[in-house]
Design a protein around this ligand. Structure first.
Ligand code: SF4
Ligand code: SF3
Length: 507
């Protein structure tokens, strides 16, 4: 195997025996075959809803920390093969087979990983009834292009197109979420526990939460969010459920300890799910594209998932053990921030706010990610952090205060809500009559998986320059391609907090 799609890849170069994430060689081979099948499917010219769904779901299942169930990956590849035709010859879609030239391969990997992120976001929009042929059409074109001999220029253009279609996809998801569940409201969420038994729900799938909340009414079972489900607490449609208690724990990589102490069942709706410890394996359930071998998977039937087994298990379990009892302020989607626009503009004009720093992205388990906590702590009091994704867990308990009522951490929600950050940045550009690069706005992005790759491509397609990326640069980017990214877009790695503050014009 050779997998280097995420930030935690071994030595920053590639997992070759076993993934840091727990992916085995056998599972990696199955995932490569699935990707190869999707490339052939896209190249076959086959069309239709089933084809698009196969590409979207198949790509999402190969995203880091999403599906560790070989049988399900193999079944998905079989589905794709059947759509091509019974004589389909599938070449393996592993990274070495994509191109012989290292730089061209690197550009193809960047494209493939960006498309994995796009597939994940599109899957979420599609669950809520959203569709957009420009997204699915691009995924077919982009996947088919991986099998072609293309020049570096053609591949760079495809990557930028991926980013720009990514913006469309994120806008669609934003619309579907707010149409279904209302506009997120600024909300204070507790992290403490109550005495009832509880169910913990993690991942990004809001529809799963909706069905769980409906089905737990009157059962005496509480519901807690975990990881990327935290922002759900800000939606009006979920706030009306009295048994939605709040958020339990932190980012995905802490789940082995936190799922243990939760005591009750856990539903993993998407990434990030980890291979569980035995201590809670029998309490873990997956749904949707998520999967782990030996862990019960809840299928959807006629648009409904039946969580009765989870609820009855919860009733037999002790209440969760408290981890802490903090208050987190969330819900700063674009609607809430734009409502504050006049105050924000005034604060910038008066000098009360000197700079915004986008610190969106992913969290992860490496010690080096303490950098983001230190960076947030070291920011001067006249700086505002704009965030989305699980990266926020590195600093959302720091109580960084506010500037004249404008919080110093503006949390737009899940990584799925990155579109809000784009809307906010565009509104600032308009207010100040400058392009994005002329604003007092810096980017210090932390990445882990492939949704972050898509967001990065989206920012590049919007013309954003000088993005700082960490904690390590992608292992799939060759020195040659890095040079192109540095020269044309000013992308650079992070280093020490002090040096980076100076580079990002933070005084
Ligand atoms: Fe390694 Fe990341 Fe691939 Fe897992 S997803 S095998 S940790 S590169
Ligand atoms: Fe996090 Fe997995 Fe990327 Fe949604 S939950 S941001 S890492």
């Amino acid at each position: 195997m050779l997998c280097r799609q995420c930030e935690e890849t071994v030595a920053g170069t590639g997992c070759v025996k076993k993934g840091v994430c727990g992916k085995t060689e056998e599972l990696a081979a199955s995932q490569d075959l699935l990707v190869g099948t999707l490339i052939e499917l896209a190249a076959s010219g086959a069309r239709g809803a089933e084809v698009d769904e196969a590409i979207v779901d198949g790509l999402f299942m190969t995203l880091s920390n999403t599906n560790f169930d070989k049988a399900r990956i193999d079944a998905e590849a079989e589905k794709g093969r059947a759509l091509i035709g019974k004589d389909a010859v599938i070449r393996c879609g592993d990274i070495l087979s994509l191109d012989a030239d290292a730089d061209l391969r690197s550009l193809k990997e960047l494209l493939l990983f960006g498309m994995k992120g796009m597939a994940a976001y599109y899957h979420h929009a599609a669950i809520l009834g959203g569709s957009d042929e420009s997204v699915t059409g691009f995924l077919r074109k982009g996947m088919a292009s991986l099998a072609k001999d293309l020049s570096a220029d053609e591949l760079v253009a495809l990557n930028l197109e991926c980013g720009s279609v990514g913006a469309t996809c994120l806008a669609l998801l934003d619309r579907m979420n707010t149409d279904a569940y209302g506009v997120p409201e600024v909300t204070t969420v507790g992290t403490g526990v109550r005495k009832n038994p509880g169910i913990l729900i993690t991942g990004h799938d809001l529809k799963d939460l909706e069905q769980l909340l409906e089905q737990t009414q009157g059962t005496g079972v509480d519901v807690y969010t975990h990881g990327e489900m935290l922002p759900a607490n800000a939606y009006p449609a979920f706030k009306r459920y009295p048994n939605l208690v709040g958020n339990y724990g932190g980012a995905w990589y802490k789940q082995k300890e936190e799922f243990e102490s939760f005591n009750g069942p856990i539903i993993a709706t998407t990434n990030c799910v980890l291979i569980p410890r035995d201590s809670y394996k029998d309490r873990l359930f997956t749904t949707g594209t998520a999967g782990v071998e030996g862990v019960k998977h809840i299928e959807e039937r006629d648009g409904r998932k039946d969580f009765s087994e989870v609820i009855s298990l919860a009733r037999r379990c002790p209440a969760p053990a408290a981890i802490d009892d903090a208050s987190l302020t969330i819900g700063f989607g674009h609607a809430q921030v734009l409502a504050l626009a006049d105050r924000i503009v005034d604060a910038v004009k008066s000098g009360a706010i000197k700079r915004f720093v986008v610190m969106a992205g992913c969290d992860g388990r490496e010690k080096g990610r303490e950098y983001y906590t230190k960076f947030a702590q070291s920011l001067p009091g006249d700086t505002v952090i704009l965030t989305a994704g699980c990266a926020k867990y590195r600093y959302n308990r720091l109580n960084l205060g506010d500037i004249g009522g404008i919080p110093r951490v503006i949390d737009a929600g899940q990584c799925n809500d990155c579109y809000s950050l784009v809307v906010i940045a565009n509104a600032l550009s308009e207010a100040f009559g400058t392009d994005l690069n002329g604003l007092p706005l810096s980017f210090n992005i932390s990445w882990y998986e492939q949704k972050a790759v898509l967001v990065l491509l989206t920012l590049l397609s919007l013309g954003v320059k000088d993005i700082m990326l960490g904690p390590r640069l992608p292992g799939f980017v060759t020195p040659g391609i890095l040079d192109v990214l540095a020269k044309n877009f000013g992308i650079r790695p992070n280093s020490s907090v002090r040096e980076d503050m100076a580079i990002l014009h933070i005084e």
